[in-house]
Design a binder for this molecule. Sequence first.
Ligand SMILES: Nc1nc2c(ncn2[C@@H]2O[C@H](COP(=O)(O)OP(=O)(O)OP(=O)(O)O)[C@@H](O)[C@H]2O)c(=O)[nH]1
Length: 381
Amino acid sequence: MSSGAFRSRWVRLTRPPADLASERRRSYQIFIHIYLFAIAAHLIYIPVFAAIDIVALSLLNLACIAANIVAIVLHRHGQCPQALLTKLVSATTLIIATGMALGDETGCEYFFFVLLFEVLISDLARRLKLLLSLLVISLILATEHLLFGTLGNWPYSSLSRELLYSLNVVVTFVLFTFIVLQVYAITETTERRFRIDATHDSLTGVLNRRAIFEKSERYWQAGHPFALLLLDADHFKFINDNHGHSVGDEVLRHLAQLLGRTLREADFIGRVGGEEFLVLLPDTSREEALGVATRLRNTLSGSPCRLESLDLAVTVSMGLALSSEGDKLRDVVDLADRRLYLAKSSGRDRLFAQGGESRETELGEGVTARLLHETPSADNA
Ligand SMILES: Nc1nc2c(ncn2[C@@H]2O[C@H](COP(=O)(O)OP(=O)(O)OP(=O)(O)O)[C@@H](O)[C@H]2O)c(=O)[nH]1
């Protein structure tokens, strides 16, 4: 099997089932890896015990592989406690049998600590976790003092005992390291996914309303100059009503993609309403922001939203405001909003970068007309 095929099978096996609750996914991924690491470790011991002629222990390792496979199946079906218990019982039986067959000083009791660690990081109920931990600790003491010391009988040279001891130490160490690294990596990935979910709009992939406002607030607090461009798709209700909501969604994704392609790396895009986007342009003068808006408009007019049976032309109206135009961030946002409103009321598919200073803009058609009259057509990009 090529390494690519092996990796894709590994990924498929360790990927949580789609219907698994999100708070269970992290633990699922960690434990599937643990079962797989355990299978790999048992595979190492089968030839080792066969080589020193203790076939029963080879068979017991084989049985543990089967138990880990059962644990994987149980875990995939959401039966996590049963899965972990299957693994614990089989591993404990093997450790005790190995200790009894080979005596102490072979280091097999170290595997109890791996089991204890697995119990502690599992998502079992706290009481069950404590109970199982106590059980594992009792087993460590009992086997160390009662079983291994009395029943052990190493029939080979002391060199092979030392080799087995070294192997056990190395395998315990490797298991610990792999499990800890895996826990860390999966926790990181899960946290990153939750962070992205918390800050991004699930439909378009751009920042969500809270995240874009927080980002703007941070620039505002730092006294960093910026421009805010508020965009709203024109006649979006018409698109929804005539082509369906899923086409509307596709148009929103198309818009977000175009914005992403047109803007700089340093700019931020957020979806702040149904069909409304806010773009934060750091260190951008009015002229530069006008250039960005013009570029955006040109890109949009040259790139209709391609759907299966039609190309849908989309236009946007925009309101631009600079951070220097307000005493508070809220003022700047409101100004961009009023200019967007002006762009809408004066025919759509245009940008307003001036006017709208008076809050009266929001009061109605008559006032809007007055403001429009006061706002020269040069405002339109
Ligand atoms: N497909 C889709 N539609 C949405 C979403 N969020 C809001 N809408 C719709 O967007 C439409 C917005 O309509 P309006 O506010 O009247 O705006 P408009 O039709 O674009 O008109 P103007 O803005 O004046 O050009 C409504 O029909 C909402 O139901 C969404 O996530 N997906």
